[in-house]
Design a binder for this molecule. Structure first.
Ligand code: SF4
Length: 422
């Protein structure tokens, strides 16, 4: 879900002067459009984003795992396999509190049963393909391979006051955002709940073991902003959320407030999430306050417009009490105009005060691409405009930018390297 950028091999298109655009253009400002260059990662110059909601036919399900099931389901699964159901508690404690799936670590289980129990409920689901570090060892990016060879990424980030993991919920993505490398892969498949939870367990284990700079830390936050649109994989994402939030031995016992689910705007599923009784934070990847630009920048906007999306986000806030994050990648001359900041402020304020927090995200500067960062004075004006309207606004830190930090970049890069070798 994080914004990526062009790799810099294409010439910069001539900017188009505003004139055909929406009302209130700024004199002297240009309007670069998402359609001015092929999408990120496109293999032909005339490629265009193709929105897809269809999940491809099953490629063979991931093996059943303890983290797919609630405690009752785990007990039933052991019983079915002719194993003592009460052992599900012990297995779950090892998994969710000691972050292990290794039978040899489970010394409180009878030696003769350990391998059998573990084989039944703790199959090996994800393998490390590559690990990259950045930010003086405070950021680690993992590329994982799943049972059927598909690859996904997660990013672990240590901050002063928290340790956050960004997880993937799908392999590839069908939302086709033209700035995003994952979007150009198309959707390969949904991840099972356990494949999502395994990314979290590995991160919790690595944090506790002191793998990140500054020593051992507790994994405190999880954001669903990696590969994929979480709402398309709704059922498995909700099951994974339960495993993250439920107290041990059901789950990791993380605070719901420390978990963020990000979406480009699947309105009916935002409304459904509001009824689940899990007050996780909702992040809306808005990136444009006007339908004219957002239709091109976020193709799903052709189905649910900005107004409907913000109505659903506001209702989410009212149902859960959780302030909504509005994610806004600032892209030079595309969406960073002061009138757009004002339009965004008006849209938010017209629904109420204090219900949304805007996170402008500066892109990494990439010469020759239309996906590049705003000038500092333009970014400052954008932020000031929002703040003057009374909207809490925090410019987001962009971690891991030197390690193919945005979603889909590492997977794409490794694939290119492997193809080059064969
Ligand atoms: S919704 Fe999909 S295509 Fe759009 S930014 Fe997120 S991962 Fe990329």
């Amino acid at each position: 879900m994080r914004i990526t950028h062009d790799r810099g091999h294409r010439p910069r298109p001539a900017p188009i002067v505003i004139g055909r655009g929406p009302a209130a253009p700024e004199p002297g400002r240009v309007q670069v459009r998402p359609t001015d260059q092929p999408p990120e990662g496109a293999t032909s110059p005339d490629a265009r984003p193709r929105l897809s909601f269809a999940v491809p036919a099953a490629r063979g399900k991931a093996p059943r795992h303890l983290a797919d099931l609630d405690l009752r389901g785990r007990k039933a699964a052991l019983k079915e396999a002719g194993l003592p159901a009460f052992r599900a508690d012990q297995l779950s404690r090892h998994y969710f509190t000691r972050f292990t799936r290794d039978a040899a670590d489970m010394t409180d289980l009878p030696a003769g049963l350990r391998d059998q129990l573990s084989a039944e409920l703790l199959p090996d689901l994800i393998h490390k393909v590559r690990v990259l570090r950045a930010d003086q060892g405070r950021t680690m990016k993992h590329l994982w391979e799943l049972h059927d060879g598909v690859r996904v990424e997660s990013v672990l980030m240590r901050y002063k006051d928290r340790t956050t993991l960004c997880v993937s919920s799908q392999a590839g993505c069908g939302m086709a955002c033209p700035f995003c490398a994952t979007g150009q892969m198309g959707l390969t498949r949904n991840l099972s709940a356990a494949e999502i939870v395994e990314q979290v367990r590995h991160a919790a284990q690595a944090s506790a073991a002191g793998t990140l700079t500054d020593g051992p830390a507790r994994l405190s936050n999880v954001v669903f902003m990696g590969m994929g649109e979480p709402m398309i994989n709704y059922k498995n994402v909700v099951a994974a959320l339960h495993r993250l939030i439920d107290p041990s031995p059901e789950g990791f016992g993380l605070s719901a407030r420390a978990i963020t689910v990000s979406t480009v705007g699947l309105v009916p599923l935002i409304r459904k999430l509001a009824t689940e009784g899990m007050p996780v934070t909702l992040a809306v990847s808005l990136h444009a306050p006007d339908d004219e630009l957002r239709d091109e920048l976020i193709p799903v906007n052709s189905k649910w417009k900005v107004g409907e999306l913000l109505d659903a986000a506001y209702d989410y806030f009212r149902a859960t009490g959780r302030r909504v994050s509005i994610e806004y990648a600032l892209i030079k001359d595309m969406n960073d105009h002061a009138w757009r900041a004002q339009r965004l402020a008006d849209e938010l304020c017209s629904r109420g005060r204090g219900w949304a927090h805007v996170n402008p995200i500066p892109l990494n500067p990439t010469p020759g691409s239309i996906w590049t960062c705003s000038e500092p004075d333009v970014q400052d004006l954008f932020v000031d405009t929002l703040r003057r309207a009374g909207i809490t606004t925090t410019v987001r830190d962009t971690r891991g930018s030197d390690i193919e930090g945005a979603c889909g970049q590492l997977a794409t890069e490794v694939l290119h390297q492997e193809r080059a070798r064969t």
